[in-house]
Ligand binder design. Structure first.
Ligand code: SAM
Length: 218
């Protein structure tokens, strides 16, 4: 059964308060973005009643949209203030992209599966999101023509951070990505200081594989 808009809005508010603020997410702009972006629009109709539950959800093609708290932790670590240009690799359903679009000036989103790209493009257009440029292809190569980016994030896990992303990160820029084995990984934050990249672990995690030239083979 498709839940009513009122029930979904109430569930969204509960998710923000309990799963995000309740676990220490404090950035007001970030919490406001989660209040505004309807996660139910990005999941299949038969899973909309679960849109605000505390877990990942399938989005088709064997892929998932991450648990809201993991998305919030990623976005908070990017510390966006508004004027940034952001690279979003593994954009999937477009949910995290829509949140980024509210938090930054311009988002460059890459997804390797054409069917997901087409669907996400439709959803973002329906929601009136206009500051996203979307590409279907291998995001492990980044988006060199649009670099440098003040922030880069990835929704799929590779063995390590692709060199292209490091090269395309602006001075002082932040990069958040899951890295590690095919089954379990660490979500890491890298901050660029000249030719050096400070690295901090945010949490253990489990993401779908990053498949591409500088990720895992198919
Ligand atoms: N942030 C996304 C969302 O909000 O729906 C999460 C999507 S899912 C966890 C990760 C996505 O990464 C999948 O859709 C997968 O197809 C994509 N992916 C995997 N390897 C990729 C690559 N090399 N380039 C671009 N996308 C890739």
């Amino acid at each position: 059964m498709v839940p009513s808009p009122d029930n979904l809005a109430a569930a969204r508010r509960r998710m923000v308060e309990e799963q995000l603020r309740g676990r220490g997410i404090r950035d007001g702009r970030l919490l406001a973005a989660f209040y505004d972006v309807p996660r139910e629009a990005f999941v299949p109709p038969e899973r909309q009643h679960e849109a605000y539950e505390d877990h990942p959800l399938p989005i088709g093609e064997g892929q998932t949209v991450s648990q809201p708290y993991i998305v919030a932790m990623t976005l908070e670590a990017l510390a966006l203030k508004g004027p940034e240009r952001v690279l979003d690799v593994g954009a999937g359903s477009g949910y995290q992209t829509a949140l980024l679009a509210r938090l930054a000036r311009e988002v460059y989103a890459i997804e390797r599966i054409e069917a997901l790209s087409v669907r996400a493009g439709d959803i973002l257009a329906r929601l009136g999101v206009t500051n996203v440029r979307w590409r279907t292809g291998d995001g492990t190569l980044g988006w060199p023509e649009a670099a440098p980016f003040e922030a880069i994030c990835c929704g799929a896990a590779g063995p390590d951070v692709p060199r292209a992303w490091l090269d395309q990160l602006a001075e002082g820029g932040r990069l958040v990505a899951p890295v590690g084995g095919r089954e379990v990984q660490e979500l890491v934050l890298l901050t660029r200081r000249g030719d050096r990249f400070d690295r901090r672990k945010l949490c253990d995690c489990r993401f779908v594989p990053l498949i591409g030239q500088h990720g895992w083979p198919e």
